[in-house]
Design a protein around this ligand. Structure first.
Ligand code: 13P
Ligand code: SF4
Length: 310
């Protein structure tokens, strides 16, 4: 049954000159059928490079919007329009306009987990893999408004030592629910493990202080975790992020052990995408993601800056 579906998807991809781009949190069967699997930054870069006419985004809505803004000549499809993001929903245009009025000279840096309208009001975008580098590229004397993720923002403040970063108080409900206690319990059970922590986690700010774990904790994006796990000599890792990432970690490193910091850390939006919906999406050309031209034009500037910063 699933094999027939996969065959159907392959044939539809060829007929429409389409590729499937999947985020690292997508369920295993979707990662397996995808032409490319990666983190937010890698997906954006790959969308730009791809020669395909149709991009099917197996991920969440802001990722499809990002691809559409970066590649206006391509058709960008998302298989389920309800695949949103609780973090992106934590700031509205009106709220950002009001915040900018309070700090008229500040540089606005938006995490890529935001709507196109928020990006259009921003100077730079960043992802978890380049947030620190983007901030380091800004004149040290300029105030920065960093949004919307509080934990990622706190991580950036800590890493850069800057005192003039104002951080929005938003959070991802999946990552915020991964608490320090979840990690401490797992660390006690697996004392020789290394900790891989996504900077959106509620545990981020305190995790490095779990004595004597400082030397074995790493705060990384999802692609950062994948490359770290490939080269680290350690055999066991506790992974504090959405559990979908464990599929790829295990597939690429069958000899190593990966343990979820919190077994319930499942993003309901990423898991709305299914093979059936991908088939329907390719067959019926649904659901097309179009960003209004005026918004797309403004949002392209911070997005291109994000892609340019390594
Ligand atoms: P990455 O950019 O690290 O893949 O994270 C995206 C995301 O949505 C995290 O929840
Ligand atoms: Fe958004 Fe959180 Fe899901 Fe990532 S894991 S897509 S930040 S809700």
């Amino acid at each position: 049954m699933e094999e027939n579906l996969i065959e159907e998807i392959r044939a539809l991809k060829a007929r429409h000159n389409a590729v499937i781009l999947a985020h690292n949190y997508e369920p295993g069967p979707i990662q397996d059928i995808a032409d490319f699997v990666g983190d937010s930054l890698a997906l954006a870069r790959w969308a730009q490079k791809s020669a395909a006419e149709v991009l099917v985004l197996a991920g969440v809505y802001f990722m499809a919007e990002t691809a559409s803004i970066l590649c206006p000549a391509k058709t960008v499809l998302i298989p389920d329009l309800n695949a949103g993001c609780s973090l992106a929903d934590t700031i509205t245009e009106d709220q950002l306009i009001r915040w900018k009025r309070e700090y008229p000279d500040a540089v606005v840096i938006s995490y890529v987990n935001t709507s196109a309208a928020i990006k259009a009001l921003s100077d730079y975008c960043c992802t978890s893999s380049n947030a620190v580098k983007v901030v380091e590229a800004i004149d040290p004397d300029r105030d920065i408004l960093f949004l919307p993720d509080f934990f990622l923002g706190s991580h950036v403040v800590r890493m850069t030592g800057r005192k003039n970063i104002h951080v929005w108080n938003g959070e991802c409900h999946v990552h915020a629910a991964i608490e320090n206690e979840n990690m401490i319990n797992k660390v006690r059970r697996h004392p020789d493990s290394e900790l891989l922590i996504h900077p959106e986690c509620g545990c981020t700010t305190r995790a490095l202080a779990i004595p004597p774990r400082e030397a074995t904790s790493r705060i990384l994006s999802t692609d950062g975790m994948l490359s770290y796990a490939r080269t680290s000599p350690s055999g066991t890792f506790i992974v504090a992020t959405e559990v979908g990432l464990l599929y790829r970690l295990r597939k690429e490193n069958p000899e190593k052990t990966f343990i979820a910091a919190h077994d319930d850390a499942l993003c309901p939006f990423m898991n709305m995408i299914s093979l059936e919906k991908i088939r329907d999406s390719l067959r019926d050309g649904q659901y097309q993601v179009n960003v209004p031209a005026a918004v797309g034009k403004k949002a392209l500037i911070p997005l291109e800056r994000m892609v340019a910063v390594g």
